[in-house]
Design a protein. Structure first.
Lengths: 714, 605, 93
């Protein structure tokens, strides 16, 4: 790719630290794309980041230092916060709250915290359920006298002496290193919380402080307080991690800026991200959705279901009308928090999912238990003895025992067959092949059911969508469950193996601002404009300070509205020109009504009670340059140059094993078309096609699967 | 049948119920449905028997089956495709009038193949008190609209005259209309999804899978029963309304693979609206049975077959018309499910193999408090205090109950944030927390209940009013297990303000200035500087309290959920100056407790 | 073979015993062989149990051998003790 005499090349480097792998994608100013991969290295994630960048640099003929010296921007996403919470590796944290409400965090709105995050099966078994172990010990919660009411007016002034005593108690007696502050109604009047910060700085300087009114200025004291606690708990680790990474990169010669991905799909400069730990939660999967959106935009698909299935989890995000979906009740581990976050739903289903027959019900199942990376599937020969979905895939011909990971491992077909025979086929009285086929069908059905539920939850119909399949396992199932869902097309993107890293470079800088106030829809437009004007002034100053000139700044307004006496709030984009006039406000209300009916179904609107606005949201964007993906013109349809051979594979359409054609992805050319039954082996996955399916390589080297069959609703 | 197809159909039936629940919550948008999860959706077979019960308020699963059967009997020969039927008469099948059932047939290729049924607690039903619970009702006639079965939608078309008649009888017709629409949307989703399933797999295959599913549940449940010891276990619940006490008495007998629940000995029906009908009692005993005995078995007709109920006619658990029943769901029905939870818990605990599935009673006593009045934003508000859904977990043989952890019959409820309530009603909370000493003492402590106090705040009318159906302030109802104590009882107190005293930042009942007066039943004002204090019951304990780990007791004292007095007197734990347990003094205290226990003369009952 | 009526009370089909110390409580109903102590609710469990109304008791059934609490009941005066027992084929218990 590199030419000796070209003008100096510069690079954009994006690295995503996931639970298992750290992925890198490098874009050259010449249009070249380079990919790197390394294992993640918790808790010292920076190590894996450098290794991953190194692994991209080596095939480019560069050293790590060479590459970094020529890099103008580093974009980063990391699972560091999720990891700190899941492993309970954060700071010893205390909480100062309103007197009389000290239990709010631990009581989790009643049973909510006991069942949230559990599977339906677990919910049906309440005797075996408990809350997750809290991040703050109950004895590290102190209530102080103060009270603000629902209008933001002070009912009881802050007892400053009590605050001083509380801080001393927490720091000296309880040894806390971080303090979260969360008072009732602080999002309407943050003065008391701000004063507590000042007192902490005097009494115990150096203590890490998070105010709920800073981190989540929205109603709901349980979720807001929980957000402040998570942020305080993971704050120092996040800050130290980003600082350490910056110094390691700069020691290797990197002189550019570092941008950090947020769960809402926008970038923040590293210095700002360091103080918003909760913002980084699940930023990798969010980047994956951003990447899918970028591809969707490129290919002219505004409605996309992004499905990612690797070794342990199946993750789904939805893009509708080019818009991202945000999580209503986000959680990390089993803790609720409030921060704008792209909705990504995950279940425990992946290649490593254990397939078994329940000894009591004699029902076959896939997951949720997983063999993980170690010992992994039986066929990996690393000591795994429980049959997994991957073993099933091998038995139905979707994996080539000799070509796995480019031939690095020879898969143990006999071992897999023995495990499936004894653990699945015999208990069911089936022959091993029939059992393997049945397990494949069950996996497809479970994913179909999950995606249906996720789309129904949003009032959407999967038939309107294109499905993007990412991850090592998804390609083997996507054509099958895509057909059952009757999606328009299934696409396995060229960048599928590093999709989250790819998403990082398709994102913009973005800041989210929220003002919570309840106003009727008869409110004069000027009052609404004034709310946004205040937020915009802050946003523009912020973007300018980050070096984003006014012409790259974009202000997007949206408003949360609801029908009075209803609980569902719908965030509605302001489409009319800002500032709003009466007609613009009226259009906002109309848009809300249309959106509400679409989301919650016909007849769900309760107009008689009136409509109110409850929150005003500003997304302030700093546009980043978009990478240009290399394009090859499409040639003839004949794929025979890539044909590697034939072998028996499962053909779901005919219901059994059939002779399928085997293709090598790297030898396919844009325009080539592959009819099912067939499989296409790519370096990281297999794409399985059944009779009636047709795969075509497009000009970006994405594989596009369509079906000949008329849509059958599942 | 092919196990793979069976597994797929089973999973899909489960998801169909799920999708229908999502639709119901979406369209309804009300707090009781969305926060309290006071709803239910289930699928029934063509004959009305339960096929697939969802995770909702579980005492409805069997009653809705009876509702299906009642509709089948009444409309035999006239059941059309896309019809929707309404039934809310407690003497036919419903629990109380405000829990309306919508029952909808599912046809395939012209044949009736299944039913869906759902319920929500509608905003109002035209009873003499607003909100559906009518503590002042004297008979079923004062409990609002009730129908033993009517056709609401005829082949998909709303019968507007019928709808208008219903809406004409309720206080908040728009909200009730929305409640009904949410249930219709739910029926539609269930029907559409079932149709797709039937088309894909054909009616005979789906029917075979359904039959197999019922068969499987029965086989598994009978096998589980056989693994448990044969015997009888008893329990007793006291239901107190304004000084009148009614008993629910239960003898559960397990013989081989059958269970008999016999309520003989229970008191005659009450003049208060706490009674329940026999279908409601049946629902009440199945509510804990499903999650306690069938946590890994599909909840359907197969689980119902091995169970028999005996409920004497004219008793509080099988009242005769026209006895009032509007408070049944938090009255006799809840006592039935507490009683069943106790006997099932004892039976499980009697088996070393199943002991870890046993639990003391959770949250035994709901308190329905509906507040209503002009709000601070120029509108009118009405709604339930969702703290009644907050609950308390019963202790288990291996762990404490979950503090404010919900309840067994409605496994996935939650309560609203204080800010949500204060934003919607002109009230202010003084405090809301775990209630000290409310969790039943035991080797494993019952989960605590909670306590809270509210005052009016900037109410345009000077205050609001509330309907309270708060029975059971005289008896602990969350029974303990294996020597564990019951959770502390509920308490409802109206603190009348003294002349000038303002509640300020009082953070417990004792510091609210004024004169306390217990209240429990009827309609009351909340005005001026007066406060309403509510404490709700904790869960039952498990095992002897003096066998509890002293360090756990000390930690409970530190976090304020057990008083130092209770630690000493009940748990026999002495505290050291650093807040930890003083081991020598604890040994002495526990010795003294044993001595006191043995000092009582051995007595026959 | 030892079977349990409750985790705290065992039986061989004829005689019930304390599961903790083996003390014989006699034939069913086992509560006849236990010490029964009726505590008025107001003094049974701290302030939270004091409802301000008399007539309700926390009944404790205690092993005479080791003083362990075998079972508790909420009861009003005059109500018979609950009768939990196993139905074993071997004995008329
Ligand atoms: Zn003993």
């Amino acid at each position: 790719m590199q030419k000796q005499d070209s003008p100096p090349l510069s690079y954009l480097v994006a690295t995503d630290v996931g639970g298992t792998c750290t992925d890198t994608i490098v874009f050259g100013s010449d249009g070249g794309i380079h990919i790197g991969k390394a294992l993640s290295t918790p808790p010292d994630f920076a190590h894996g980041v450098l290794a991953s960048i190194q692994s991209a640099a080596t095939p480019m003929g560069l050293t790590l230092d060479d590459l970094l010296a020529r890099t103008h921007l580093f974009v980063h996403g990391s699972t560091v916060v999720d990891n700190a919470v899941l492993t309970r590796d954060g700071a010893r944290t205390g909480l100062i709250t309103t007197l009389g409400f000290e239990d709010t965090l631990h009581v989790t709105r009643g049973a909510y915290g006991r069942w949230a995050g559990l599977t339906e099966g677990q919910m049906k078994h309440p005797v075996k359920t408990d809350r997750a172990a809290p991040l703050v010990a109950r004895e590290a919660v102190v209530g102080v006298a103060e009270r603000v009411d629902c209008f933001g007016d002070v009912v009881t002034p802050l007892d400053e002496a009590a605050v001083t005593a509380a801080v001393r108690h927490l720091v000296q007696d309880k040894g806390v290193e971080a303090i979260a502050v969360s008072f009732l109604w602080s999002f309407l009047n943050p003065a008391h919380e701000a004063r507590v910060r000042e007192i902490i700085e005097q009494v115990a300087p150096g203590t890490y402080v998070t105010l709920s009114s800073d981190i989540a200025p929205v109603p709901g004291e349980y979720e807001r307080g929980s957000t402040a606690v998570i942020n305080a708990y993971a704050g120092r680790i996040t800050r130290d991690y980003l600082t350490d990474l910056a110094s390691q990169l700069s020691a290797r010669g990197y002189a550019g800026a570092t941008m950090v991905m947020q769960g809402y799909g926008g970038l923040l400069p590293a210095a700002e991200a360091a103080d918003r730990a909760v913002g980084m939660i699940e930023c990798g999967p969010a980047a994956g959705v951003i990447g899918a959106k970028f591809l969707g935009d490129l290919m002219g698909d505004a409605d996309v279901i992004a499905a990612d299935m690797g070794g342990t989890t199946f993750k789904v995000g939805v893009i509708q009308g080019g818009q991202l979906e945000y999580a209503r009740e986000p959680m990390v581990d089993r803790f609720h928090y409030i921060a704008p976050k792209i909705e990504v739903v995950s279940i425990g289903a992946g290649g490593g999912s254990i397939v078994a027959v329940d000894p009591v019900t004699r029902l076959p199942s896939v997951g949720p238990r997983s063999a993980g990376a170690r010992p992994g599937p039986v066929c990996y020969g690393q000591g795994g003895h429980e049959a997994t979905l991957t073993d099933v895939m091998l038995l139905i011909g979707y994996m080539d025992p000799d070509q796995f990971l480019g031939g690095a491992i020879t898969l143990d077909r006999a071992g897999a067959a023995a495990a499936v025979a004894s653990q699945v086929a015999e208990p069911l009285g089936l022959d091993p092949t029939a059992a393997a086929i049945g397990i494949y069908r069950i996996a497809c059905a479970q994913i179909t059911d999950l995606i249906r539920e996720i789309t129904v939850e949003r009032g959407l119909d999967p038939r309107d969508f294109v499905l993007h399949a990412f991850g090592g396992t998804c390609g083997m199932l996507a054509a099958a469950f895509g057909e059952e869902l009757s999606v328009r097309r299934v696409i396995i993107p060229y960048t599928a193996s590093v999709n989250c890293a790819f998403g990082l470079i398709s994102a913009d800088v973005a800041h989210e601002y929220t003002t919570t106030r309840t106003l009727g829809t008869a409110t004069p437009a000027a009052e609404v404009n004034a709310i946004f004007a205040g937020m915009e002034a802050r946003a523009r100053a912020q973007l300018l300070a980050e070096g984003i000139e006014p012409h790259r700044q974009r202000m997007e307004w949206s408003v949360d509205l609801r029908y009075c006496r209803q609980v569902h709030e719908v965030t509605t984009q302001v489409h009319a020109a800002a500032p709003l006039d009466t007609a613009g406000l009226a259009r906002l209300v109309d848009d809300f009504e249309a959106l509400y009916e679409r989301k919650f179904g016909k007849g769900s609107a309760y107009r008689e009670a009136g409509i109110e606005m409850t929150a005003f949201r500003l997304t302030a964007r700093g546009l980043m340059p978009r990478p240009k993906l290399p394009v090859e013109e499409e040639g003839p349809a004949d794929p025979s140059a890539a044909l590697m051979g034939r072998r028996p594979i499962l053909d779901l359409t005919s219901g059994g094993m059939a002779v399928g054609q085997i293709y090598n992805f790297t030898l396919l050319r844009p325009g080539n078309e592959v009819p099912g039954p067939a499989v296409i082996h790519t370096p990281i996955t297999t794409i399985a096609l059944h009779t009636g399916h047709r795969a075509r390589m497009d000009r970006w080297r994405n594989i596009v699967v369509t079906t000949d069959a008329p849509h059958i609703d599942a | 049948m092919d196990p793979m197809t069976f597994s797929i159909i089973r999973h899909r039936l489960f998801r169909i119920v799920d999708e229908a629940v999502i639709t119901l919550k979406h369209v309804s948008g009300s707090a009781i449905t969305n926060e309290g999860h006071d709803l239910m959706v289930s699928l029934y077979r063509a004959d009305g028997t339960l096929l697939m019960g969802g995770v909702g308020f579980l005492h409805h699963l069997t009653s809705a089956a009876e509702a299906c059967k009642a509709i089948i009997r009444r409309f035999q020969g006239q059941i059309g495709e896309a019809d929707v039927y309404l039934l809310n008469d407690p003497y036919t099948a419903a629990l109380h009038t405000s829990d309306i059932y919508l029952v909808a047939p599912i046809h395939h290729e012209g044949r009736l193949v299944a039913w869906s049924a759902c319920f929500v607690h509608v905003t109002d039903i035209g009873a003499m008190n607003p909100g559906g619970f009518a503590p002042q009702a004297v008979d079923i006639y004062s409990e609002g609209f009730s129908s033993p079965g009517l056709k609401l939608l005829d082949r998909g078309e709303m019968r507007q005259d019928v709808l208008d008649t219903i809406l004409n009888m309720v206080r908040s017709p728009e909200m009730v209309s929305l409640d009904l629409r949410s249930m219709i949307a739910c029926c539609n989703v269930a029907r559409d999804r079932m149709s797709a399933l039937l088309t894909k797999y054909t009616a005979p295959v789906v029917d075979e899978a359904c039959a197999a599913l019922v068969e499987q549940s029965e086989t598994l449940f009978r096998a589980r029963l056989r693994a448990l010891p044969d015997g009888q276990w008893q329990s007793r619940q006291y239901l107190d309304v304004q000084g009148e006490t009614a008993r629910v008495v239960l003898t559960m007998t397990k013989t081989d693979d059958r269970l008999v629940f016999d309520f003989t000995g229970s008191d005659p029906q009450s003049r208060h609206s706490i009674n329940c009908t026999k279908w409601a009692a049946l629902g009440g005993l199945f509510a804990p049975l499903f999650p306690l005995l069938c946590y890994d078995i599909t909840w359907n007709e197969g689980v119902i077959r091995p169970v028999t109920m005996i409920a004497p006619e004219g008793s509080i658990v099988n009242c005769t018309r026209p006895a009032p029943v509007s408070v049944a769901t938090v009255g006799a029905i809840q006592s039935v499910n507490n009683a069943a939870c106790t006997t099932i818990g004892k039976m499980l605990a009697a088996s070393p193999e199943y002991r870890d599935q046993a639990t003391a009673v959770w949250h035994a006593n709901h308190f329905a408090i509906f507040k209503f009045g002009a709000n601070q934003r120029g509108g009118y508000s009405i709604g339930i205090l969702t703290e009644t859904f907050a609950g308390a977990g019963g202790a288990r043989s291996f762990a404490d109950g979950v503090d404010i952890g919900g309840e067994i019959p409605n496994p996935i409820s939650r309560m609203a944030n204080v800010e949500t309530v204060e934003g919607a009603f002109p009230i202010r909370y003084l405090f809301r927390r775990r209630a000290p000493d409310s969790g039943g003492p035991g080797r494993y402590r019952g989960g605590t209940g909670g306590e809270m106090a509210i005052v009016q705040h900037r109410a345009p009318a000077g205050g609001i009013d509330y309907v309270i159906s708060g029975k059971g302030a005289r008896h602990p109802m969350s029974e303990g297990l294996a020597g564990g104590y019951p959770g502390a009882p509920n308490s409802y107190v109206w603190v009348h303000a003294d002349a000038e005293a303002a509640p300020g930042s009082a953070d417990r009942l004792e510091t609210i200035p004024g004169t306390p007066e217990p209240v429990s039943w009827g309609v009351y004002p909340l005005r001026g500087q007066d406060a309403l204090y509510v404490r709700w019951n904790g869960g039952g304990g498990y095992g002897d309290p003096i066998a509890r780990d002293p360090a756990a007791v000390a930690a409970d004292v530190t976090s304020g959920v057990v008083s130092a007095r209770a630690a000493a007197e009940i748990y026999g734990v002495a505290l050291a100056p650093d807040g930890g347990a003083d081991s020598a003094a604890t040994v002495a205290l526990r010795g003294a407790i044993r001595t006191a226990r043995l000092a009582v003369p051995e007595a026959a009952e | 073979m030892t079977r349990f009526i409750l985790p705290t009370v065992a039986t061989d089909g004829t005689i019930c015993t304390c599961a903790a110390c083996g003390h014989a409580l006699g034939p069913a109903p086992w509560k006849r062989g236990a010490i029964r102590r009726d505590l008025p609710l107001a003094v049974a469990g701290g302030a939270a149990y004091d409802t301000g109304h008399a007539g309700v008791f926390l009944c404790q059934f205690i092993c005479p051998g080791c003083a362990v609490l075998l079972d508790t009941e909420t009861a009003m005066a005059g109500d018979a003790a609950l009768d939990d027992r196993l139905h074993l084929p071997a004995a008329a218990n």
